[in-house]
Design a protein around this ligand. Structure first.
Ligand code: IMP
Length: 206
């Protein structure tokens, strides 16, 4: 099955691609179909609404099955922030670095027990006929007191993964791709796709 990925985030593309290869789904990027500069206004109030907005916009233009994800970090002490604003947490010109600096500042002086957090991904797959599959993945952890590790992107260097004691940025990317919020959502997507196509990999390939 060919499917457009409604995202231009290179890191996500790599992660989703690696996992989708296993499912025999061929991802086409926005760049490949001339939509690399498309700006989508993500004005939903939830991860689910924003992933739907992205998928619907690109599906309507391409008339191809389209997959979009919306993800973010939710910190309990900050009442779920940065949440849907994870990408622009430190303002309009936010970078991964300025976002991490702001997060560390907001949690300055906050002890380990109160630094619990989770990454959430919602993935929406929209078909040209209007069928919709929505899945979610969550990974629990806590926010480190300093930057640790160099792999990955975004808040990876601050997110200590529950049960592993290291940040996503200290982890081999293959391990992150097995246990991440996106990986969990994609495993769920696989199950739903098998169901959608009548439990047959042959059909997923057609
Ligand atoms: P998006 O809206 O789905 O593109 O993601 C919003 C923001 O959440 C990204 O810009 C990152 O800052 C953060 N984020 C999402 N997934 C991850 C991840 O796997 N690691 C680190 N940060 C992430």
């Amino acid at each position: 099955m060919k499917c457009v990925l409604a995202s231009s985030n290179k890191h996500k593309l790599d992660e989703i691609n690696k996992i989708m290869n296993e499912f025999n789904i061929e991802l086409i990027t926005m760049d490949e179909i001339g939509l690399g500069n498309l700006e989508i206004v993500e004005d939903g109030n939830t991860f689910e609404e924003n992933s739907f907005i992205k998928a619907e916009t690109v599906r309507d233009i391409t008339n191809l099955p389209t997959i979009a994800d919306d993800s973010g970090l939710m910190v309990d002490y900050l009442n779920g922030e940065p949440g849907i604003y994870s990408a622009r947490y430190s303002g309009k010109n936010a970078s991964y670095e300025t976002n991490n600096t702001k997060l560390l500042a907001e949690l300055s002086g906050v002890g380990t027990v109160d630094r619990s957090a989770r990454f959430i991904t919602v993935i929406t797959l929209l078909f040209p006929n209007g069928d919709k599959i929505v899945v979610q993945g969550i990974v629990e952890g806590e926010i480190s007191e300093k930057i640790c590790g160099e792999n990955g992107f975004g808040y990876d260097s601050l997110f200590i993964v529950k049960g592993y004691g290291i940040t996503f940025a200290e982890m081999d990317s293959n391990l992150k791709n097995q246990i991440s919020h996106r990986a969990k959502a994609l495993q769920e997507l696989r199950l739903k796709l098998e169901n959608y196509y009548g439990d047959s990999n042959e059909n997923i390939n057609s």
